[in-house]
Design a protein around this ligand. Structure first.
Ligand code: 1CP
Length: 352
């Protein structure tokens, strides 16, 4: 039995003993202990590929802070790497692929990898982390959404304008649909394998879905996430496995995201939580949505800003059920780690 199941209870809109909170990218470069372990590993991918080191960094934020969930330490780009695109990290430049996906022939040859083969290291890490957590808090598994993964696959790395993928979308939509179909199969198998190996909730990170037009979002991003959700195992050992969908910049599409079959919708800071709850709170739980840059302000301001987010949610319902507090996007690597305490105290102490 989990000692702290508030995160899972909130996702099922059941009563909680406190508002659960975790932070996107909670294990990462803002923590000096993470930087130390990463240095010892010799590189980011080596860190992901060692179950013991991945476990060590997963637990680091939990040792420092009173968080209500752990997230598997890995990256969304492990899937395209397993599809043969050759992921590497250039220092200071972010992720890159040796073989970006642009040619019709390469797209036709694309295949969904068996997660128990080329992604076995992620599943090993999942098992080791789950064991180390020892039922203290739940473990979140994750994947990138097909469209977000396709952005990196087609662009060959991070992009500001998404020129290549949008050229494909408007010129050869059939090719993009082929990439998204195969990637959806890969993600479904990958998330089911994470669940099989101990993930107690799963989250789809659709970081770049918000760069699409309304019609294109429905066709090229949401439709594939819906397909994945329909193919996921939703229960293990008698426990429900909730699914969270996070489309950054997806506030406009809240109603349709809430109808994707997910249990919860992740929100960025551009949305009012109260409005969001009024729009879809009867249907799904919500996760979010403090601007991560608030953490640069002094602790008192952090507490006030967190309370504004919580109060907004409260205006739209009788109680605080159905809310998982989080940032609206990943925590910045420049965040002073000691500032996070003020946030956690404000959320767990709410209402004052
Ligand atoms: O040098 C380093 O140490 C690498 C920094 C880093 C970290 C800490 C990368 C490279 N990935 C991660 C871990 C990570 N990434 C996690 C697990 C850790 C945790 O949450 O505690 C998760 C869930 C991700 C997810 C991820 N990776 C996303 C989706 C969420 C988001 O932030 O939008 C995306 C877009 C990526 C791609 C990626 N990997 C790494 C970087 C720096 C990036 C972003 C590149 C870009 O901006 O385009």
């Amino acid at each position: 039995m989990l000692r702290n199941d508030n995160f899972l209870r909130a996702l099922s809109k059941q009563p909680v003993t406190r508002i659960p909170l975790w932070l996107m990218r909670q294990a990462g470069r803002y923590l000096p202990e993470y930087c130390e372990t990463r240095k010892r590993a010799g590189g980011f991918m080596t860190l992901c590929q060692s179950a013991d080191l991945a476990c060590e960094v997963t637990l680091q934020p939990l040792a420092r802070y009173d968080l209500d969930a752990a997230i598997l330490f890995s990256d969304i780009l492990t899937v395209p790497d397993a599809m043969g695109l050759g992921l590497y990290f250039e220092t200071g430049e972010g992720p890159r692929f040796q073989r970006p996906l642009r040619e019709e022939q390469a797209i036709n040859e694309l295949f969904a990898p068996d997660p128990y083969d080329s992604l076995a290291y992620v599943l090993d890490a999942t098992r080791v982390i789950r064991k180390a957590l020892d039922n203290s808090v739940p473990l979140i598994g994750f994947s990138g959404s097909p469209y977000t993964l396709a952005c990196y696959m087609v662009e060959g790395g991070s992009s500001k304008d998404f020129r290549h993928i949008k050229t494909m979308l408007y010129t050869r939509p059939d090719l993009l649909h082929r990439i998204l179909t195969v990637t959806s199969q890969a993600v479904t198998a990958y998330l089911n394998a994470q669940i099989e190996n101990g993930a107690q909730a799963v989250m789809l990170f659709d970081t770049w879905g918000g760069s699409l037009s309304n019609a294109a979002y429905q066709e090229f991003s949401l439709a594939y996430m819906r397909q994945i959700i329909a193919g996921l195992r939703r229960e293990r050992d008698g426990e429900k496995i909730p699914v969270i969908v996070f489309t950054k910049g997806g506030g406009l599409w809240l109603e349709s995201i809430a109808e994707s079959g997910c249990d919860a919708v992740g929100l960025d800071w551009t949305v009012s939580l109260g409005d969001a709850r009024r729009r879809v709170g009867g249907k799904v739980a919500l996760q979010g949505n403090l601007d991560p840059n608030v953490l640069f302000a002094p602790p008192q301001t952090i507490a006030l800003e967190a309370e504004k987010v919580l109060a907004s949610y409260q205006t739209a319902g009788d109680d605080m059920t159905g809310l998982v507090f989080n940032l609206g996007h990943g925590i910045s690597q420049f965040t002073p780690p000691e500032h996070v305490h003020a946030l956690i105290e404000a959320v767990h102490g709410y209402p004052r």
